[in-house]
Design a protein around this ligand. Structure first.
Ligand code: ZN
Length: 217
């Protein structure tokens, strides 16, 4: 959808590490997984389809296995999935280490202890979600986005738009639109579909941080 120079690529690599913290996902391995998902949507070779798994946990477990194989280069991904990928070994190794994951988790616990008022103790129940932010987000998008909702297009797969107004997953739940128009920056297509990430990307483009590619919608 867009390109950026090496400086901003490194900036966002590090920013991804800081914001994902305990549940850091490698941008390189994730990109390969995402390209596979588009190429094999809802078939046996799709790394995360709800249609070849009995429940959301077995789906995510299978995804985790494929992710780990790509991360450690055990599984050689097809050439067409590995071109033009960002790769920063230092952040990759740091983010995937147990020191880092447990360190971030400890930081979240200390943060809650410092800021959660005593009568709102139940907020601590959110900690597991906080530890696993990436997989929780992935599970919601990958499961719902190919299971529940409506279809604007026939994509020869089971992708759906789960919410007509997707503020929950910042536009990621417009899976049906996204599979039909994978290069379109705005995931919303119908007048009532608003993709909250779209204006953010537009502003980054206006500021010159990224450069949107011109593609036919
Ligand atoms: Zn999808």
């Amino acid at each position: 959808m867009f390109v950026m120079n090496k400086f901003w690529e490194k900036f966002f690599y590090a920013f991804t590490y800081i914001t994902q913290g305990s549940s850091y996902l490698s941008p390189r391995a994730y990109a390969v997984l995402h390209r596979m998902h588009h190429a094999y949507s809802d078939t046996e070779k799709d790394p995360h389809t709800p249609h070849h798994a009995s429940n959301v946990f077995t789906m995510m477990w299978k995804t985790k296995a494929i992710y780990n194989n790509i991360l450690s280069y055990k599984e050689v991904a097809e050439k067409r999935f590995t071109s033009n990928l960002p790769d920063w070994k230092f952040i990759e190794n740091l983010g995937d280490s147990w020191y880092s994951r447990v360190g971030w988790g400890t930081f979240y616990v200390l943060f809650y202890i410092k800021f959660v008022p005593a009568d709102m103790w139940y907020l601590f129940l959110l900690l597991p979600v906080h530890f696993l932010m990436g997989p929780v987000h992935g599970a919601i998008v990958n499961w719902s986005g190919h299971m529940y909702g409506y279809q604007n297009f026939d994509n020869n797969d089971k992708s759906r738009n789960s919410l007509a107004m997707d503020f929950l997953m910042m536009g990621e739940l417009y899976q049906n639109n996204h599979h039909k128009l994978p290069n379109r920056v705005n995931f919303g297509v119908k007048w009532f579909e608003f993709d909250p990430t779209y204006p953010v990307i537009k502003v980054l483009d206006l500021l010159g941080i990224i450069k949107l590619k011109t593609v036919k919608a």
